[in-house]
Design a protein around this ligand. Structure first.
Ligand code: CTP
Length: 408
């Protein structure tokens, strides 16, 4: 949950499916209630095997439903009323079966019916064996749901209840509650055009080889997703990466730094906010060969000489012409984080620099979490704890909101 954004209390429908991670749900209910939300729990048949309705009823302060056809339950609040009542539906744990059912639109039980009947946003919190999560069927189902605008939190990596290690652990209750706060935040950015760059650029050496900058694109994609969720019109200029396009985001795929510069400069003209999260290659081969360089054309044991030239600094370029627009840059640093970020901020001239310590293994490249430090032109330094990238994205946009409101 963002420290600066107040929690908007809402009506949460929490569907508990059948997984061992359901043991964490009573704690989640407690945290959601403490944040001021009204919580109503529904259990799938298998969910009832892992957590007792009485516990959930006591903690949520509301009756728990588990059957579509129980006339007593249905008389108290009908399933359609329940679907309409929710501001957000959370499915935790979301099993492979539950994800598959939603992807197929199956409404053969209470939870399935509620998920199709509700018009509220849906957050799935997967938890399962690592092989089930990485199975092509589950990947395809999750991908399809993402495209339809369903939100996902996790799964996280670690030791699994089944004895395996890997991706499949349900996110912790605090992480889920933080995501709920973000999702209930409201569409406060309507009418704002936001430009985000993400991913690393790839600079060709010849027809098959290239120099690439390391970046999963996850941080920039999270910023784009969160800006769109807040109602902004978002354009995402992305270097080569396999991530799905966040719902409601216009994506422009580019490959090289020069292509990224052209797309960013063009889109920046009509934007009010730019967040430059891309890892732009600073250098490119001066003379890329259109054909493949063949070893047989070289002396035995010899390597070709590749001359590099510097790429334009996209962030510095748009910062210099920004006027009233807010520009945020990133900094990847391996040592002297704050001092290096201060110098970079002065060089780039943007309104905020988000500095990453790339020497950490639990944050930065290829991870779902990030530990960043905000550095401002006034010298102000704000070190954030290790947070999921979606939450870092929310904190960045909270900062941008303040910059747009106040004097700079
Ligand atoms: N950036 C850019 N154009 C470049 C290089 C970087 O727009 N040619 C942007 C990145 O998108 C990021 C910020 O500048 O927002 C900092 O990127 P980083 O790689 O940390 O810094 P560099 O400028 O490359 O400096 P150095 O490699 O010397 O640390």
């Amino acid at each position: 949950m963002s420290a600066s954004a107040p929690v908007q209390p809402g009506n949460l429908l929490l569907a508990v499916a059948g997984g061992i991670a359901a043991y964490k749900i009573p704690e989640l209910v407690r945290q959601l209630r403490r944040a001021g939300h009204a919580v109503r729990c529904v259990l799938t048949e298998a969910g009832g095997e892992f957590v007792s309705p009485l516990v959930l009823q006591t903690l949520s302060g509301a009756p728990v439903r588990s059957s579509l056809f129980d006339s007593g339950e249905e008389g108290e609040i009908s399933h359609i009323e329940l679907a309409d009542w929710a501001d957000l539906v959370v499915v935790a744990p979301a099993t492979a079966n539950r994800i598959a059912k939603l992807a197929q639109g199956l409404a053969d039980d209470l939870v399935g019916t509620l998920l199709l009947a509700t018009r509220a946003p849906v957050l799935l919190v997967p938890a399962m064996n690592v092989n089930m999560w990485s199975h092509p069927a589950t990947r395809a189902n999750a991908g399809l749901l993402r495209e339809r605008g369903v939100h996902f939190e996790g799964p996280e990596s670690g030791e699994l209840a089944c004895g395996w290690e890997g991706e499949g652990r349900m996110a912790e209750p605090g992480t889920i509650a933080g995501r709920v706060a973000i999702l209930l935040g409201g569409e406060t950015w309507k009418g704002v055009r936001v430009l985000v760059s993400a991913g690393g650029t790839r600079e060709p050496i010849d027809a098959v080889r290239s120099i690439a900058n390391r970046s999963s694109g996850k941080m920039g994609f999270a910023v784009a997703e969160e800006a769109a969720r807040r109602g902004a019109e978002v354009v995402l200029v992305a270097g080569p990466c396999a991530l799905p396009t966040p719902p409601g985001v216009r994506r422009l795929d580019v490959e090289t730094a020069l292509e990224m510069a052209a797309a960013v400069e063009h889109e920046f003209e009509t934007c009010q906010v730019a967040v430059m999260a891309a890892a732009v290659a600073d250098f490119r081969p001066a003379n890329a060969s259109l054909a493949k360089i063949k070893k047989e054309d070289l002396a035995p044991g010899a390597a070709p000489r590749i001359d590099l030239v510097q790429n334009p600094d996209i962030l510095a370029g748009i910062s210099a012409t920004r006027g009233e627009r807010v520009v945020v840059g990133f900094a990847a640093e391996s040592h002297d984080l704050v001092e290096a970020a201060r110098r970079k901020l002065a060089r780039k001239g943007c309104d905020l620099l988000v500095a990453n310590d790339i020497s950490r293994v639990d944050a930065g490249f290829d991870t779902d979490s990030n530990a960043v430090t905000f550095v401002s032109p006034g010298g102000e330094v704000d070190e954030l704890p290790l947070l999921p990238k979606v939450e870092v994205a929310a904190r960045i946009l909270d900062r941008v909101e303040k910059l747009r409101e106040g004097p700079r």
